[in-house]
Design a protein around this ligand. Structure first.
Ligand code: ZN
Length: 233
């Protein structure tokens, strides 16, 4: 069983398109999306439609929830709040209804999938370093837990030494972000996990980032949301 795990698309249709094309070439058994389909980017409705039409199982990210939950929205930075207000204006009721139904956790055999953290997944805690990761291993029972949310690809092993996925060692794997990478690499990021070989690999793909940034500028979204895409920060 081979999985492609994508996360944090953030309304970036150019990045999502390039990523889905590559996944098609690699022939996986299932694609799973860890959420934050919308927010920040210029094509939220198109990204929802793409994932919905392909019937890709998706989880609820904090930006997805913020389209319909004022409590979550109130935790946002001014920039994120501006963007989510713009985003909500671009969505129709069936889009919001679809986002409302997204679950917080998904399980597949020895794999747990959440948007942010297995501990209180609906609270969207950040797993930024090994200490954060260490506090989360008691909150899932499978071998691996896949997360997104920080937009920074990373692997945290339970033994705190390894930085790769190895059979027999539990790990939390952050698959990075398709539509707004923040690790200094502007290319779209996602993960491929082969459960038979028990191997995990990050995939990085260039996409027409100038096109996405240009759409952000002309849409009247905050200009820095386009500029950050170009630098991957
Ligand atoms: Zn995100």
């Amino acid at each position: 069983m081979k999985y492609a795990i994508i996360s944090d698309i953030h309304g970036n249709l150019e990045a999502l398109t390039v990523v889905l094309d590559e996944i098609k070439r690699r022939t996986v058994d299932e694609i799973i999306c860890l959420g934050d389909i919308v927010g920040y980017g210029p094509n939220p409705a198109e990204c929802i439609a793409t994932l919905r039409d392909l019937r890709i199982p998706c989880l609820a990210g904090n930006h997805d929830v913020a389209t319909h939950d004022k409590g979550v929205r109130s935790t946002f930075s001014p920039l994120a709040r501006l963007a989510i207000e713009w985003t909500t204006g671009k969505l129709v009721e069936p889009d919001i209804a679809w986002l409302r139904k997204l679950p917080y956790t998904l399980l597949r055999d020895e794999l747990t999938f959440v948007h942010a953290s297995p501990f209180e997944p609906e609270e969207f805690h950040y797993i930024l370093d090994a200490d954060d990761a260490a506090e989360n291993f008691d909150s899932f029972t499978t071998q691996l837990c896949f997360v997104g949310h920080t937009h920074q690809p990373a692997i945290f092993c339970e033994d705190m030494t390894g930085r790769t996925v190895v059979l027999g060692t539990r790990a939390i794997v952050n698959v990075g972000s398709v539509g707004q990478p923040r690790d200094g690499d502007a290319r779209a990021c996602f993960g491929i996990f082969d459960a038979d070989a028990w191997t995990f690999a990050f995939v990085r793909l260039a996409y027409p980032v100038d096109m996405t940034a240009g759409k952000i500028y002309s849409a009247g979204l905050p200009r820095q949301l386009g500029e950050r895409l170009v630098f991957g920060v």
